[in-house]
Write a protein that binds this ligand. Structure first.
Ligand SMILES: Cc1ncc(COP(=O)(O)OP(=O)(O)O)c(N)n1
Ligand SMILES: Cc1nc(C(=O)O)sc1CCOP(=O)(O)O
Ligand SMILES: [Mg+2]
Length: 577
């Protein structure tokens, strides 16, 4: 039967969409097709390669079936996990954890809610089951419309709900299934009673691609078997595998006297002992849901089981480590921070403001050569510029070693944050990421602003150098926050820099939808003239030598700021006249 499929395999490759699949010769695949247990022959095949499941093929798939899996250039079908689980009002576990884990792993997640729990970091105060009919309706809504790759189950609180789910799974035999046999919450509250154990053992587990019990759940499924050692975990994994799931991951998080966090994966042939240093934290609420969702997310992307489990374990470790000191609620078990951000955002500045174009008034751009000549550090130069009145700083360190640049940038970040002045990095997105700078300034031959925006995200400031109205328009389309226009006058600071003059500057300002800062050859003597061109979106001037190639940075910045304030005053007088 397998050989009869090999002729049409190429169209089915898309359907399986397993990355590893594409590296397997088609000839080898025909030998690898293995009918899936419990499913009608000729319907669905697991693809085994080196004895590992690497994908699934529907033998009756047509080219049309496969079409949605192909990226046609403009439309991309994303990996999709459907979680069938309970809602946790505290947001740490259940559906809420599943959504966050999938989002953090870059996978779309739809939800079928089986129960609503009133829950917090103290415990579970109440549970309200969703009716079987309504669970069925949710399943139908999702599965009749969307292409789901993997179903992940959490809290399945009644036999009826498990049966409803099994019915849907029978209708969609290609769906991979991750079963997290949730029975008791981290607080010790029962979420699914012993009545469901039989239907789990007899009907759900044989359908599962992977089962992910903790020690208590493994013991319950095995009729109360004691699991106290890693050796017991191996036995439990084997016994659970005999119940039908293709893979079993017994999680040893609760193993007594264990220095490491040990999990045992059994794929029916080999055992894998996965060890990591135990993270000391009480913020563990939701780790089981997160791990299972993350495994589901990786499988949806096309990973083989072992690599999905390894990535998921590493992700949970990282979130545990990151979240170990965060405080959410007064109970003994807090939640995870799936996006590794909450703590950082609070610590870094307490607040994030949107970019304010008024911060462009006096834009100080550093120059490592000038600082060297005057024998001062970048940090001291930046501090003096800010104390003199600079409203935004750009580190333009063309000849610095990357490591030195990052260290200097980190120190300057501290200074700038303490004064509430934004700090941008010239050219180097990597350095900006490493020091969590407020943004980046790029020119026409640097990384395109659109890509910088994708990498830095929506919160960071992006500036683009422009010499023409077309470039200014492009910068706006690409998601920049402001443009730098120059050289207004000739400059010795930047070699071979074309001068656009005041007329060039004005032409750009007139059409630009973005705020503008003028640059190039600007100093005390001409800053007023530049600001006087009468363009409302010209917010300020950017200077290098007028501040940093002077004996006293603070004094020069102060004088320049006064000139700019006077120019602003004059323009207000002109407007009101
Ligand atoms: C505010 C501001 N405007 C223009 C530039 C010049 O950027 P770019 O054209 O990329 O040239 P380099 O500075 O990288 O030599 C700037 N840095 N800042
Ligand atoms: C970095 C830079 N960019 C320019 C542009 O025209 O885009 S001119 C310039 C150098 C500006 O230095 P100074 O203030 O010493 O003239
Ligand atoms: Mg540049």
């Amino acid at each position: 039967m397998a050989s009869s499929l090999s002729a049409s395999l190429s169209s089915h490759v898309c359907l399986a969409r397993k990355e590893s699949f594409s590296r397997v010769p088609v000839k080898a695949l025909s030998r690898c097709l293995v009918p899936r247990k419990g499913l009608p022959e000729k319907r669905c095949f697991r693809i085994l390669y080196n004895r590992k499941i690497i994908g699934a093929v529907d033998s009756m798939a047509t080219r049309e079936d496969a079409t949605p899996a192909i990226n046609d250039g403009s439309k991309i079908r994303v990996p999709h996990v459907l979680t069938v689980a309970g809602s946790d009002s505290g947001g740490g576990a259940g559906i809420q954890a599943d959504l966050k884990a999938c989002a953090a792993r870059g996978v779309y997640c739809s939800t079928v809610i089986t129960a609503v729990t009133a829950q917090n970091t103290v415990g579970v105060q109440g549970v309200s089951l969703v009716s079987e009919e309504f669970v069925a309706e949710q399943l139908k809504s999702v599965l009749s419309d969307m292409h789901v790759d993997v179903v992940k189950t959490g809290m399945l609180p009644s036999v009826g709900i498990v049966k409803v789910l099994l019915h849907s799974l029978n209708e969609f035999p290609n769906l991979a299934l991750v079963v997290d046999p949730v029975m008791v919450s981290t607080s010790g509250d029962v979420l699914a009673g012993p009545s469901i154990i039989d239907v789990f053992r007899e009907e759900l587990l044989p359908r599962a691609d992977i089962l992910t019990p903790n020690l208590c759940e493994a013991s319950t499924l095995l009729g109360g078997k004691q699991i106290k050692t890693v050796g017991d975990m191996y036995q439990a994994a084997k016994l659970l595998h005999d119940m039908g799931p293709r893979n079993v991951l017994v999680k040893g998080g609760d193993l007594p006297d264990s220095f490491d966090a040990v999990d045992v994966l059994f794929d029916g042939e080999e055992f894998y002992e996965l060890r990591a240093a135990r993270v000391k934290t009480c913020n563990t609420h939701g780790t089981g849901c997160t791990l299972a969702s993350c495994i589901a997310a990786e499988l949806a992307k096309g990973s083989p089981i072992l690599s999905a489990v390894k990535v998921a374990k590493r992700f949970v470790e990282a979130t545990l480590d990151y979240s170990k000191e965060i405080v959410v609620g007064n109970g003994p078990q807090g939640p995870l921070d799936h996006f590794l951000r909450i703590k950082k955002d609070i610590q870094v500045s307490g607040k994030h403001w949107a970019f304010d174009p008024k911060s462009l008034v006096l834009y100080a751009v550093t120059d490592s050569g000038m600082n060297r000549n005057w024998g001062r550090s970048i940090m001291v130069a930046v501090k003096d510029a800010i104390e003199g009145g600079a409203t935004i700083v750009q580190l333009r360190e063309k000849d610095a070693e990357t490591g030195d640049f990052i260290e200097a940038a980190k120190s300057c970040m501290e200074v700038c944050r303490s004064y509430g002045v934004p700090l941008l990095i010239n050219d180097r997105v990597d350095v900006a990421l490493a020091c969590d700078a407020d943004g980046v300034h790029v020119g026409q031959s640097d990384m395109p602003a659109r890509l910088v925006r994708t990498i830095l995200g929506p919160d960071k400031i992006i500036g683009v150098s422009c010499k023409t109205p077309d470039q200014a328009h492009r910068a706006w389309v690409d998601g920049a926050d402001y443009i730098g226009c120059g050289g207004v006058y000739p400059t010795n600071t930047k070699e071979n820099n074309r001068t656009i003059g005041l007329d060039g500057l004005k032409a750009i300002c007139l059409t630009s939808k973005l705020p503008v800062v003028a640059i190039g050859g600007i100093g005390l003597l001409n800053a007023g003239t530049v600001m006087g061109i009468g363009a409302p979106n010209l917010e300020g001037v950017a200077v290098v030598s007028a501040i940093f190639d002077r004996e006293c940075i603070l004094e020069e910045a102060r004088k320049l700021r006064l000139v700019l304030e006077e120019a602003k005053h004059q323009s207000l007088v002109r407007e009101s006249a």
